[in-house]
Design a binder for this molecule. Structure first.
Ligand code: SF4
Ligand code: SF4
Length: 262
């Protein structure tokens, strides 16, 4: 499976800096990408016009990076006819480019854009990717989830620790458990303890950390990952109880769907 672009309904552009902004909420980023995609359709594929487009986008939207080490690229937009998949508008396969690679105009340079793969590309198994691809329907959440290996694996490890078995794919994707697990994964963009933060940070560059297969440790990893995403601090007792309760609800639905005793 292509992690960056798993199907025609969603994609990831985290390494192009899309979440490295002060307001990374879905509606804000969607609006910005729609606007620039529409404008880009009428931009001549000539160096001056393309550079002018980049300047225009920078003037229009606040692209000040949260993390100064990560460039927020002005050439990210929707690259499909339905405005569902985000990606590089300078890519040779992007609409209107007629196979010409324009990524040489990128801040990082063309070679970096062509060759970069985040740690998740190697570290996530096909089984985990199948769960994510099936449960997550849109680019904004998909990009946040698929690039956070530690969050994703802590959720899966915690469930598997508590059921004392590997998750069965068929059972996990049945309607009742799937709905609860989708809600758990969606904490990455709507966490009840986010204190109203507008930040949705991606740690796409972070490698998988060793994880103690211990309930408290795994819950800490989940909450730490969420604190990182929303740029907040502090683990409250309420948030720990909430995680336990929702994971418990998933396990109950999983056992019911599987016909096993909880
Ligand atoms: S962050 Fe990883 S999955 Fe996302 S677009 Fe970049 S390489 Fe692909
Ligand atoms: S030019 Fe590079 S950084 Fe910008 S959107 Fe394309 S691939 Fe991403």
């Amino acid at each position: 499976m292509n992690l960056c672009h798993p199907d025609s309904y969603k994609s990831c552009s985290a390494c192009c800096g899309v979440y490295n902004v002060v307001d990374g909420r879905r509606e804000i980023l969607n609006g910005s990408f729609l606007e620039r995609t529409k404008k880009f359709r009428n931009v001549a594929r000539e160096v001056d016009a393309l550079i002018g487009f980049g300047d225009h986008v920078r003037g229009l939207h606040n692209l000040s990076p949260l993390d100064p080490e990560i460039h927020v690229c002005e050439y990210v937009g929707f690259v499909d006819g339905q405005n569902l998949t985000v990606g590089c508008m300078l890519h040779p396969a992007a609409p209107g480019n007629n196979g010409v690679d324009l990524r040489g105009l990128c801040y990082y340079g063309s070679a970096a854009c062509k060759t970069f793969y985040c740690p998740a590309c190697e570290e996530l198994s096909a089984r985990i990717l199948k769960i994510v691809r099936t449960l997550i329907g849109d680019w904004h959440l998909y990009g946040l989830i698929v690039t956070d290996v530690n969050y994703l694996m802590a959720v899966i490890d915690l469930i598997e620790l508590l059921i004392d078995a590997k998750l069965d794919l068929g059972t996990t994707l049945k309607p009742a458990p799937a709905m609860i697990l989708r809600g758990i994964l969606a904490w990455k963009e709507s966490w009840p303890y986010s204190k109203g933060s507008r930040i949705r940070r991606s740690g796409y560059y972070l490698k998988r950390q060793p994880m103690d297969q211990n309930e408290n440790f795994l819950i800490d990893v989940i909450i730490d990952s969420l604190c990182f995403s929303f740029d907040i601090s502090g683990v409250s007792c309420d948030s720990v109880s909430f995680v336990r309760r929702e994971i418990g609800a998933f396990i109950k639905a999983y056992h019911q769907a599987n016909g096993t005793v909880n």
